[in-house]
Design a protein around this ligand. Structure first.
Ligand SMILES: Nc1ncnc2c1ncn2[C@@H]1O[C@H](COP(=O)(O)OP(=O)(O)O)[C@@H](O)[C@H]1O
Ligand SMILES: [Mg+2]
Length: 106
């Protein structure tokens, strides 16, 4: 049997809904990440390249659920992360981390 990829992200979406204010019309949601899929094998390095504001940071934060993705699937070692409760997620985070290039501007 083939081992599952270390990380398998499929159809990941994060839409930011801006809060409604009393007198201003509702703004359309920002589709920061809209259907991102990739897999990562153990020991493999993947670069996500794109212009500022294209959704790289939002993708990374969504994978770790540092922000809650709108929809999609994130599997670590074959296990779905997006349906884990807070306590289970806390245990999985021991195996994943972000190293920010510039800690003052994540
Ligand atoms: N917390 C947030 N609330 C609303 N919009 C956000 C938030 N975080 C990021 N965005 C928007 O999502 C888009 C992607 O941002 P980001 O993931 O930071 O891009 P990158 O890291 O590629 O520069 C941008 O339009 C940004 O303004
Ligand atoms: Mg960024």
């Amino acid at each position: 049997m083939n081992a599952p990829p270390l990380l398998e992200v499929s159809k990941l979406r994060k839409h930011f809904i801006s809060p409604r204010h009393w007198f201003s019309p509702a703004k359309p949601p920002i589709q920061a990440v809209d259907g991102v899929s990739f897999t990562l094998a153990r020991g493999e390095t993947l670069s996500l390249v794109g212009e500022s504001g294209c959704g790289k940071t939002t993708t990374a934060k969504s994978v770790l659920r540092l922000i809650e993705p709108t929809s999609g699937s994130v599997k670590l070692d074959g296990e779905e992360l997006l349906t884990l409760d807070a306590n289970q997620m806390r245990l999985r985070r021991r195996h994943m981390q972000i190293i920010f290039q510039d800690p003052m501007r994540p």
